[in-house]
Design a protein around this ligand. Structure first.
Ligand code: NAG
Length: 222
């Protein structure tokens, strides 16, 4: 009796710890400037973007040294920002982008803006395979693969770049989410995927691409 109560309490503590570390939301804010880098990262797992704002929602954030008239509009938000950040970052363990990426129009001229992203780190395994390489997905004995997401293309200038000519790595608007990995691998204990155009088609000719996969291992539901 005493023992099981202790076990129960321990379990609760462990569960709370996991929820704290795995599911808690992170917030990153970057003040508007052409050179500022917006960086999302997960020590464990992969990024799942919840919401992103380019604009201004309060008068404190990124207000240092700014005149009152540049920080008084607190209902400024550019449409579509969340989608842009999701496209760039979901499923990665680290995601860096320039604020320029979201500054496609000006939702409130004269107001000093910032980019803010809320995201969680989903407990997934992340695999990256450069074009013409092979991605190996595998789980422990008795478990099966469940793919969260996969993208074959190019979303940054830091992945799979070694000795590649500039011209092949500059196009980072080549996000190409694909269901093919899930179709091939879900329910299997291990799985091999060729990261090439023959399998995925070519989403951006002339660009050296890579495959990013996020998956979890589960006990099969009977
Ligand atoms: C991020 O979360 C905080 C805390 O809940 C909230 O105040 C803020 O508005 C959120 N930002 C975005 C961009 O959703």
């Amino acid at each position: 009796m005493h023992n099981s109560r202790l076990t129960g309490r321990l379990l609760l503590a462990v569960t709370l710890f996991l929820m704290e570390t795995v599911v808690s939301t992170k917030t990153v804010t970057t003040c508007d400037n052409s050179y500022n880098v917006h960086r999302l990262s997960c020590d464990f797992g992969v990024i799942g973007v919840q919401s992103a704002l380019y604009g201004r929602a309060d008068s404190e954030t990124c207000s240092e040294g700014r005149p009152a008239n540049q920080i008084s509009d607190t209902s400024c938000s550019q449409q579509g920002t969340t989608d842009v950040i999701r496209t760039r970052c979901d499923g990665k363990s680290v995601c860096e982008l320039n604020v320029k990426v979201v500054r496609t129009s000006d939702p409130c001229a004269g107001t000093y803006k910032y980019l803010q992203t809320n995201y969680t780190c989903l407990p997934a395994i992340q695999v990256t395979a450069c074009e013409f390489s092979v991605a190996h997905l595998y789980c422990d004995v008795g478990q099966v693969i469940l793919v969260y997401g996969a993208d074959y293309g190019r979303r940054d200038q830091t992945t799979c770049i070694y000795k590649r000519p500039e011209s092949q790595i500059t196009n980072v608007d080549c996000s190409n989410p694909t269901k093919k990995v899930a179709e091939s691998c879900n329910g299997k204990n291990s799985c091999i995927i060729n990261a090439n155009n023959a399998f995925f088609g070519d989403p951006c000719q002339g660009t050296y691409k890579y495959l990013e996969v996020a998956y979890v291992c589960e006990y099969p539901t009977v």
